[in-house]
Design a protein around this ligand. Structure first.
Ligand SMILES: Cc1cc2nc3c(=O)[nH]c(=O)nc-3n(C[C@H](O)[C@H](O)[C@H](O)COP(=O)(O)OP(=O)(O)OC[C@H]3O[C@@H](n4cnc5c(N)ncnc54)[C@H](O)[C@@H]3O)c2cc1C
Ligand SMILES: Cc1cc2nc3c(=O)[nH]c(=O)nc-3n(C[C@H](O)[C@H](O)[C@H](O)COP(=O)(O)O)c2cc1C
Ligand code: SF4
Length: 421
């Protein structure tokens, strides 16, 4: 239909399908190419966003109606049924993140559920990239034969394991090692677990990432992992534990690019932690293509800053899935964020930033910038790993201390090392 069809027309279609007598149930959905965030809702779209529409369908037909969309919690699912808004609950990503959700719900083990955080990274992004799906929290997704339910075996020899670093990589290693019966101690130099995920989840659209840390922290408590906060583990601290195995998960430190004349240059992590002094007119240099850059821009515009994003990449957020980009771009356009793709910063002279496009080299100046914020990736914190080699029988490294990457690889490598030791 030209221009698509409205919700009213959708309900009429449902009624006519029902009238054919050939349909057993109505499975609801919303969306179209330009509103993909309604079909594959990212974490910026609130849970239950489609319920009014679903309840409307339900009130107009007699066939059973299936609800859909950001339903990842059995309590929420039950209340939808109790309120008569639907007859059945559809869950897609909730079951990719935790295929055992229905069993855990039936047994009342709600805290054991690894809830989907609607990051759209392993599932939706990879579908668009024509890759097999994965899940950032569940390494078994897409690898069911190798890592699926029933594949984790108790360790033949119970070992004394020390994990250094309480980011997602260290947390996952500790969980799997403890599940297999090892005695695990985890050192974290800060006063809280979570590593860089605690920074990433300060981005307004990405607050739900904190669920990854909440779940793994709960698992470690339940499995009796000895977590020692505010301890910077060095060779002596680790030797004191007399470990059989050491797993280093010390993450990465942000890098800041060298730009001639750039004095007020800070990294995204220090901005999100609230440590960096940021003026009113900000230039955000995006060498990242993912949420570290675009998400920090969102954080800054929500605080009333005037933001220009400069990136040598094809567009801002090239590594972000389209359903997440649509509401983010809406916000950027509404708040007047200036985006300059295919452009690099060359030099800074006072409050003037000299840029050049990456294809012709043609220069462009931006005036009145008081702060430059860079999302330029990180450098692996691998010193501890290097100094431990040869001192203990088994030493492994997982996550961003191997090479700075994203949460999925930290969790995947934690799972694999946890299974190996
Ligand atoms: C702004 C920002 C946004 C991001 N957004 C996303 C996103 O949307 N999606 C995504 O997938 N990834 C994102 N990332 C990247 C992601 O957070 C990292 O890939 C991930 O946290 C790496 O996990 P890790 O466990 O390897 O290391 P980290 O998370 O860096 O954790 C390492 C931990 O080790 C501790 N530590 C270090 N040395 C010691 C020591 N000697 N003793 C004790 N403790 C020590 C540190 O304090 C830290 O807690 C983002 C990163 C940033 C900065
Ligand atoms: C990996 C993946 C593949 C999907 N494939 C389709 C599809 O082929 N057709 C479709 O209409 N919806 C598809 N969807 C959308 C889901 O049916 C569902 O509407 C959406 O994921 C929102 O529900 P959820 O919050 O329970 O994940 C897909 C979703 C995911 C995560
Ligand atoms: S990758 Fe993210 S959105 Fe997809 S199922 Fe896993 S947690 Fe949910």
């Amino acid at each position: 239909m030209e221009g698509g069809y409205t919700i009213k027309e959708g309900i009429e279609i449902a009624r006519r399908l029902e009238a054919t007598g050939k349909i057993d149930y109505i499975s609801t959905d919303l969306g179209a190419a330009d509103i993909l965030h309604m079909n594959l809702p990212p974490s910026s779209i609130p849970p239950g966003y489609a319920l009014e529409f679903i309840a409307n369908v339900k009130s107009e037909v007699k066939l059973p109606v299936i609800a859909f969309g950001r339903i990842n919690d059995p309590v929420q699912a039950e209340s939808i049924l109790e309120e008569g808004k639907a007859d059945l609950i559809g869950m897609a990503r909730a079951l990719i993140a935790d295929p055992e959700l229905p069993v855990k719900a039936r047994e009342g083990r709600l805290e054991d559920i690894r809830a989907c955080v609607a990051c759209n990274q392993g599932c939706v992004w990879r579908v668009f990239a024509r890759l097999p799906i994965t899940c950032i929290q569940n390494p078994a997704a897409g690898r069911e034969r190798e890592l699926g339910i029933g594949s984790l075996k108790p360790a033949a020899v119970k070992k004394r394991v020390v994990v250094v670093g309480g980011g997602p990589g260290g947390l996952k290693t500790a969980e799997i090692a403890a599940l297999r019966g090892h005695r695990v101690t985890l050192f974290e130099r800060l006063g809280e677990l979570g590593g860089q995920v605690n920074i990433a989840s300060r981005i307004p659209s990405r607050e739900e990432l904190s669920g990854i840390v909440r779940y793994l922290t709960y698992r470690l408590e339940k499995l009796g992992v000895d977590v020692r906060l505010n301890v910077e583990a060095d060779v002596e601290v680790i030797k004191g534990e007399e470990p059989d195995v050491v797993v280093v998960a010390t993450g990465s430190t942000p890098t800041v690019p060298q730009i001639p004349g750039a004095e007020n240059l800070v990294d995204v992590a220090s901005v999100l932690r609230g440590e960096a002094k940021v003026g009113d007119k900000v230039l955000l240099l995006d060498l990242d293509g993912h949420w570290a850059a675009a998400g920090t821009a969102e954080y800054l515009v929500e605080r009333g800053k005037e933001v220009t994003i400069v990136t040598p990449l094809m567009y801002v957020g090239v590594d972000i899935d389209f359903p997440s980009l649509i509401p983010l771009y809406r916000k950027f356009y509404e708040k007047g964020v200036n985006m300059l793709p295919n452009t690099m910063v060359k030099e800074v002279k006072g409050e003037t930033v000299i840029c050049a496009d990456v294809y012709s080299g043609r220069e462009k100046t931006i005036e009145g910038i008081d702060t430059i914020v860079a999302a330029a990736g990180g450098k692996a914190n691998d010193q501890l790993f290097k100094s431990l080699k040869g001192l203990f029988r088994e030493v492994y490294a997982v996550g961003s201390c191997v090479a700075p990457r994203r949460i999925e690889m930290a969790i995947y490598e934690g799972e694999m090392v946890g299974r190996k030791i």
